[in-house]
Design a protein around this ligand. Structure first.
Ligand code: PMP
Length: 348
């Protein structure tokens, strides 16, 4: 096959991001990187969308910009206003940077179990950070519920990334369009993990729209799920059963977020941490790509999909954020040993 053009196309929502928009104009339009080893071992073309290259360092910059722009358009976010959100960190980073650029403040509620790097970065960029104990969603102390209550009590705007469809619409009109253009419409399968589901759902809907318009086959959509998440079981059998756990952050769910409503997900892969880590370490040492845990889950799932489809297919996944955000965990021999996980030779 011809290789997709490496340059990204400009995002598709007029006025949403343009250079005249300042920093927010640099969100999206990320390169689609061919993953050499994954492609070679499978005989497929496997590509990773380099979302770690966004200004805030993650895929969540897109959701942050979409949510803030939507709140502005609806007239609920006024100059000088405050946005409150519960987040594993990356959405908080994206929201805080976009808020700074547009004249708002953020209050970020985050489980204290998330990486120190994300906590430090959020403080550094001026978020009003509230760390809360990690609690399941059914507990009123869960970070999502705490953020909702805080917004209600203070009259701030609650971003509500899990159920706010502006999140997936952002991906539908940017990420999906970029992937379609970068692969020249030759994409057989898209696989990615789900936190809010904004990326998976938005890309699934967008690719579906574009394939339909081009009279082409709709690319298959595959959920990549960590251990400890109920979504794999939900896709496979409709049952949100949960077992195991994962050191990955920002992905996996015990419920079905609103962003996934009505979205066709064709299949799912459940990826153990050791398999994801092997991909992260190989991307680092063999391809010079430093990525975080969810990207490892995504690449591992893309390889499984490639093996199932057989040689000659094109599979796209998401490189959600960079490895530096997890230096104290995924790249820390003591942490890895404490979890019974292998340490790469250059770290030990
Ligand atoms: N990877 C990382 C590192 C994240 O922080 C998130 C968002 N929490 C995701 C993946 C999942 O993205 P989405 O919310 O669009 O499902």
């Amino acid at each position: 096959m011809t290789h997709p053009h490496p340059d990204a196309t400009p995002p598709a929502i007029a006025g949403w991001t343009s250079p005249s928009d300042g920093m927010t104009g640099a969100i999206g339009g990320t390169p689609l990187i061919r993953l050499k080893r994954a492609s070679e071992i499978t005989g497929c073309e496997i590509f990773g969308k380099a979302e770690f290259m966004n200004p805030g360092g993650s895929v969540k910059d897109r959701a942050a910009l979409a949510i803030i722009t939507d709140a502005e358009d609806r007239g609920v976010l006024k100059p000088g206003g405050t946005i409150v959100e519960g987040t594993a960190g990356n959405t908080g980073i994206g929201l805080t940077l976009v808020a700074s650029a547009r004249g708002y403040r953020t209050v970020i509620v985050m489980p204290e179990t998330q990486s120190q790097e994300k906590i430090d970065f959020l403080r550094m960029i001026g978020a009003d950070l509230r760390l809360v104990p990690a609690k399941p969603f059914r507990d009123p102390g869960n970070y999502v519920h705490v953020s909702k209550r805080l917004a209600e009590e203070t009259g701030a705007v609650w971003a509500n990334q899990f159920d706010n469809l502006a999140n997936r619409e952002g991906h539908r009109h940017t990420t999906a369009v970029e992937i379609w253009t970068q692969t020249e419409g030759k994409i057989d399968s898209f696989t990615c993990a789900c936190g809010t589901g904004g990326t998976l759902a938005g890309v699934a809907l967008g690719l579906g729209d574009l394939a339909h318009r081009a009279n082409a086959k709709r690319p298959e959509i595959v959920l990549a799920d960590p251990e400890g998440s109920g979504l794999y079981g939900w896709v496979k059998s409709g049952d949100l059963s949960i077992s195991g756990n994962s050191i990955t952050e920002g992905i996996g769910q015990s419920r079905v977020p609103g962003n996934l409503d009505g979205v066709m997900i064709d299949d799912a892969e459940r990826i153990p941490d050791a398999e994801a880590l092997a991909q992260i370490f190989s991307l680092q040492s063999e391809e010079g790509l430093s990525v975080g845990g969810s990207a490892g889950i995504n690449v591992a799932a893309a390889i499984r999909v490639a093996r199932r489809l057989g040689p000659g297919h094109t599979i796209v996944t998401i490189l959600c954020d960079g490895g530096a955000r997890y230096q104290s965990k995924l790249f820390n021999p003591d942490f890895l040993r404490s979890k019974g996980l292998p340490t790469p030779s250059w770290l030990s």
